[in-house]
Design a protein around this ligand. Sequence first.
Ligand code: NAI
Length: 342
Amino acid sequence: ALQGTFPLRAVKQKEAFQYKLQPQASYKVAVLGAAGGIGQPLALLIKMSPLVSALHLYDIANVKGVAADLSHCNTPSQVLDFTGPAELANCLKGMDVVVIPAGVPRKPGMTRDDLFNINAGIVKSLIEAVADNCPDAFIHIISNPVNSTVPIAAEVLKQKGVYDPKKLFGVTTLDVVRANTFVAQKKNLKLIDVDVPVVGGHAGLTILPLLSKTKPAVSFTDEEIEQLTVRIQNAGTEVVEAKAGTGSATLSMAYAAARFVESSLHALDGDADVYECSFVQSDLTELPFFASRVKLGRKGVEAFISSDLQGLTEYEEKAVEALKAELKASIEKGIAFANKQP
Ligand code: NAI
């Protein structure tokens, strides 16, 4: 049998699961925007999961080849391709998880909000199709600006009468992955052990790593806190600049998104110990959406880890207050877009 571990989610060694030629569960996952920079490596990572029986790849172009290529991997899931709006409904029917990395990425000098004009409309139309065809699916939104595209999705789902706030997620896993990596490097810790909750949103100052809540407990100087916080907030821009006009993070994003998919599938499968950070409808603050650690279960968000926001350092308390104005404006911009007359 094909053997190996698949440790995308930070799990204890004894929990790490093995590949098997037979699927261990049979969940159905769709990727919308599957021919893109994120979509392709994400599809590959999902194809490697023993929990998936069907992998549906949708894009407006170039997805046939991606699916043909992936379908030759001898892992359990069946890969099907769907091109253009006429095939979107068939792509979505019966899906348990829908991941959306469709849209344009940043170029140097752009903020995530600069993508709004194009990506807002893409997310709106894709979510309308999700509402019509698989309203019970977990929805993972990667398309930026996440701080606005998630509220857009919520409004569209409300308009369609199928909004379940527990199943709509903005994917902020990459912020956590980056925080874990940078903290482990700085403090010489074993990567697998490090877990830093990242709260707020997914753009600039709204990305707030709670370094005081790092596990295992570590102490930082004020200088280290400032340096690490700024680096985590600007890590996306670091990649945009290094790629010099050819796009933004795709491989690390695919890794992070695959981890969030895997965690969701474990939650759907009844694993009682699944925690991830995500940008979700939340009552942890006065804002309608907020990223925090959440406990995932079969029905989506089962609990908010409110203790992460208690006992913060003065630096973190100030940063939480400071990010609210920008986050609020981004949320309102999304809501207004979704409700404007066509
Ligand atoms: P890309 O341009 O390489 O790929 C985007 C794909 O979306 C293309 O294949 C394109 O054909 C497809 N697409 C466009 N309109 C579509 C539609 N209406 N329906 C279906 N597919 C459509 O871009 P990349 O690098 O994959 O980035 C995708 C998005 O992910 C961007 O908005 C980017 O800002 C965002 N992103 C989010 C991150 C996060 O942490 N949440 C991190 C990195 C990127």
